[in-house]
Every structure is written in structure tokens, then in C-alpha cells.
Design a protein around this ligand. Structure first.
Ligand code: HSE
Length: 378
């Protein structure tokens, strides 16, 4: 019998308990062994939940129980999530997580500890919600050099931008709905200011290059300044405005940024709507592949958490903890000034807005444009 502990019983934590319980027979038949959820760590009590009796408030109960071999961390935030993860790995327990903040900040150290201790640190659920992306990039694309990644990596902002474009909803109204649906971060500023997408972008960049850049070091722009008129005008020219996470290797350096971009209808990312995420990976052997699915939400994210748990229990070696990741130094990061693309320009004359698209230009050239708003074109 394998004993699992869950850290956090919020949206993803309760979803993980649900997936492990509802599909228990199916998962056990695939694994050929039985498992149990032994503990759930949370500050709160859940007397009305069927899992209420499993709740503990002291992390040491889990840490000091040798029966617990797999821990799923779904607390969110850096601390104490990082501290608990580190302690579990050091105690020889494998850890899976949906916590992109911890992976993006501390991934190098945590992967190293896992390797030293012969356990696993896995984070499929940290990028793209329910979409299989980390595992396929590490396994199925292992024969490739990854050239470039462009992704819609945040479900909340994609939901907001789709509601603005298709239903003419205001930013605040759409954000409120995304929060109610359980898509947004505890502090939705992380979604709308691009921080969440930046964390996911640097994780994908590390999978591609082995170098983990601090999410604080990359250029990042969110969606809070986008006006409804801009979305509508872009659409009349055949573009959808999407929040894009971009990572590419350029002259041996990693160029990474998060920015709203005007995506032409010819690009499949223009048709990724609502809470869905889409990730285009350009690699030197396979060409371009796309990953698509629900990018946020309780059960889709829990599905990815449980996939990692199953991988660990099955002792599969196909998707190992990344080895040899290093923290990127400042000189490993390309300057965003090197990002060159056409621009969709919104101008306003006599109170009337119009839009046009330029040829390819650098960031410096784009800054000289006289405009109400300028969007990078993907
Ligand atoms: N707040 C995140 C999003 C949750 O909206 O994409 C999934 O990581």
C-alpha cells in the first residue's frame, strides 16, 4: 500500500483528492498496487468533506511518517511550500507539485536534492493546467533541440481577453467570472500582470535549454492596459490579442518575454479561447508541434498532479526529474531589445481610433512610433 499526503486542500488539492478517489480502481488496476491518501495538510478544518478526517495541521506528522512516500504540494506561494518540499525531498519522499512559483524560483535546487536522494520532483501541473506538456517535452521531444516556444499560458487572462473580444464584457466583469470559476490565482494580480505566465515561460525555457531564468529577470507586460477598442480594432484587421509567453535560444542566449501580442488568424494560437491554453513548440527535428487543453481549473490541474503521482508509484523512468539544470546567469539572458517583429499600431485622431500593421522592427524602432498603443505581432 502506497501512502500519499496532500499539502493544501484548496481548489487543486481538493480536486486531487477527488481524482485519486473517483478513479481509484482504474488507477490501481493500471499500477498493479493499492494506494491511500493518508493525510491532508491544511490550516483549516473541513468537517463536511468526505476527506475531513484526513486533515492534519502539523506538517511534521507527514514529514515524520515513514509510510508516506509521495507528497503532492498544492499550497501555492513560495513559503512554506518551498520549505516543506525541501524537507520532504531531504527525508527521501518524492514530491509532485502544481506550484509554478516554487518551481520557477527554486527548481534547480529542488531537482538537485531529489537527484541526490534518489527520489523525484515532478511538476507537470505547473504549466498548462491539464495539458501534458512537461513530460512530452522531456521525453517525446528528447531527440530535438528546442528552437522556440510560444504559448498562451494563463487561463484567466485568456478567459478575460476572449470575453472582451466575443461578448464585449468589461475587464472587471470577466475577471470576476474567472475568479468564480476557480481559474485565477489567490491574488489575481499575478494573472493579469503576467507574473504567472512569466513563471511558466521560464519553466518551459529551462526544459528547453537547461537554464532556469528568474521570472523577475525577464521582460513582462500584462493585460491591464488593453482597451476593448484595441481588441475590436485588432479583430477587424484579422488579429486576436493574446497574452503570449515567448522563449527562444538566440545566439546561445535565452530570449524570454511575456507580452500581449496580436496573433494573426493564420496562427492556431489565435483560436485558443476561454480558459484553454495552447503551446507551440518549434524544434529542430520534428518541426512545429502544438499542445492544447484546459489551462486552469480544479479537475484538469488535478489530473496532471495525479499523472505525476502515478508516474512515481509506477517507478517509470521515462519522465525523470530534470538533471543538470542550472540557474541562468545575467549573461545567459538575451536583451529584449533583440526581439524583432511587426507591430500592430493603434492611433487616435480627433477622438477616433484606427489601426495598422508595420513591417518587422526592433524594440527601439517601435518606441519611436507615435501611437495610443503598440502590440507586438506574433
Ligand atoms: N491562475 C492560473 C491560470 C492557474 O489562470 O492559468 C493555472 O496555473
Amino acid at each position: 500500500m502506497i501512502s500519499i499526503a496532500l499539502l493544501g486542500f484548496g481548489c487543486v488539492g481538493s480536486g486531487t483528492a477527488e481524482v485519486l478517489t473517483e478513479n481509484k480502481k482504474l488507477i490501481e488496476s493500471r499500477l498493479g498496487c493499492e494506494y491511500q491518501i493518508k493525510y491532508i495538510l491544511d490550516l483549516r478544518d473541513f468537517p463536511d468533506s468526505p476527506f475531513g478526517s484526513l486533515v492534519v495541521h502539523d506538517f511534521n506528522t507527514i514529514l515524520n511518517d515513514p509510510e508516506v512516500s509521495v507528497v503532492a504540494e498544492m499550497m501555492g506561494g513560495s513559503h512554506p511550500a518551498y520549505d516543506f518540499t525541501k524537507a520532504c525531498l531531504e527525508a527521501g519522499k518524492s514530491v509532485v507539485t502544481s506550484n509554478k512559483e516554487v518551481v520557477a524560483k527554486f527548481g534547480v535546487e529542488l531537482c538537485e536534492i531529489a537527484a541526490q536522494k534518489g527520489v523525484r520532483y515532478m511538476f507537470e501541473a505547473s504549466v498548462g493546467g491539464g495539458i501534458p506538456i512537461i513530460r512530452p517535452m522531456m521525453t517525446d521531444l528528447a531527440s530535438n533541440k528546442i528552437n522556440k516556444i510560444n504559448g498562451i499560458l494563463n487561463g484567466t487572462t485568456n478567459y478575460i481577453l476572449t470575453s472582451m473580444r466575443d461578448d464585449g464584457k468589461s475587464f472587471d466583469e470577466a475577471l470576476g467570472e474567472a475568479q468564480k470559476l476557480g481559474y485565477a490565482e489567490a491574488n489575481p494580480a499575478a494573472d493579469v500582470e503576467g507574473t504567472d505566465a512569466a513563471r511558466k515561460t521560464v519553466i518551459l525555457g529551462a526544459i528547453a535549454t537547461g537554464k532556469l531564468v528568474s521570472p523577475d529577470a525577464i521582460y513582462k507586460e500584462g493585460i491591464t492596459k488593453i482597451e476593448l477598442d484595441d481588441v475590436e480594432l485588432a479583430q477587424t484587421l484579422g488579429y486576436s490579442i493574446k497574452l503570449i509567453g515567448h522563449a527562444e535560444e538566440k545566439d546561445g542566449k535565452l530570449l524570454a518575454l511575456v507580452s500581449p501580442m496580436a496573433v494573426p488568424t493564420s496562427n492556431p494560437l489565435s483560436r485558443i479561447d476561454d480558459v484553454f491554453n495552447g503551446i507551440l513548440v518549434n524544434a529542430n527535428m520534428v518541426g512545429e508541434v502544438m499542445f492544447y487543453g484546459p489551462g486552469a481549473g480544479k479537475l484538469p490541474t488535478a489530473s496532471a498532479v495525479v499523472a505525476d503521482i502515478v508516474d512515481i508509484i509506477a517507478k517509470r523512468e521515462v519522465a525523470p526529474t530534470p538533471v543538470g539544470w542550472v540557474n541562468a546567469a545575467a549573461e545567459d539572458l538575451a536583451d529584449v531589445a533583440d526581439y524583432s517583429c511587426p507591430r500592430l499600431v493603434i492611433v487616435e485622431e480627433d477622438g477616433k481610433k484606427s489601426a495598422y500593421v508595420t513591417d518587422e522592427m526592433t524594440e527601439a524602432e517601435a518606441k519611436t512610433l507615435k501611437a495610443k498603443a503598440v502590440y507586438r505581432v506574433l
